[in-house]
Design a protein. Structure first.
Length: 242
């Protein structure tokens, strides 16, 4: 009988992009695990704004709580630019416009297999570090409808990774089935108004890399990611003030 390698279930590695959802996932992990590390990916994005946002959010979270500061461990940034070059989309190729691909039935911002690649690389890193939990900000309810954000996809991927690594590892996705408004509410539950404000101000979602200030954060206000974030913020603010 084969026994899977036991990894530390009190340690987590967060797939952290610097966006709203992964920032909430990181705060959630810091409130649940004894030690939390982060991993990000330079996969040939058309802009480096989200990579810069990662550092701001990490520093901000450490400043919100002594416990979080003590729990926040190493950050790992992995160069996956070669992958981005072959899995082109409107997020990695400057000559592609942001819109909807009717033939594929998906937004042109869909990077084929991105989350599957990210999970595999993160699992390899977690295995080496003895970390038993991956945490990520995939959101099934996003209007984008990316197939690699679906619960069934993620469950199947994790089953394959555990078999391939012969290790006991699990994935936590705290915002997977939440609307953007509910995600903001979760942030408030975790860290109050201070966390909400940090994520609103420091995280980055805009597909165009725009940092124009808005009530809901920074962005162009027109791309699908900005529209989704703005709508979620409006619903959250209405519920909070109602």
């Amino acid at each position: 009988m084969v026994t899977m390698r036991k990894l530390n279930p009190a340690h987590a590695l967060v797939l952290f992009s610097g966006g709203q959802d992964s920032s909430i996932a990181l705060a959630w992990a810091l409130s649940h695990y004894e030690k939390v590390e982060t991993i990000g990916f330079a996969y040939g994005q058309r802009h480096a704004v989200e990579l810069a946002a990662r550092a701001q959010v990490r520093d901000g979270l450490a400043g919100l709580s002594d416990n979080w500061r003590a729990r926040l461990g190493e950050d790992h940034v992995v160069d996956l630019s070669g992958y981005g070059a072959i899995a082109q989309s409107a997020l990695t190729a400057a000559d592609r416009s942001i819109g909807f691909d009717a033939a594929a039935g998906l937004p042109t911002t869909f990077v084929p297999g991105r989350n599957l690649v990210f999970l595999a690389v993160a699992a390899g890193r977690a295995y080496v570090r003895g970390i038993g939990v991956l945490a990520a900000g995939m959101c099934e309810e996003d209007a984008t409808g990316y197939p690699d954000c679906r619960a069934a996809t993620l469950e199947t991927q994790m089953a394959a990774l555990c078999l391939g690594l012969d290790a006991d590892m699990r994935l936590e996705t705290p915002v997977l089935r939440l609307s953007k408004a509910a995600s903001w509410a979760l942030a408030a539950d975790i860290g109050g108004d201070a966390l909400v404000e940090l994520i609103r101000e420091a995280s980055h979602t805009c597909y165009r890399g725009n940092r124009t200030p808005n009530a809901w954060g920074h962005g162009c206000g027109d791309c699908p990611a900005c529209r989704l974030r703005a709508e979620g913020w409006a619903d959250y603010a209405a519920g909070r003030n109602g």
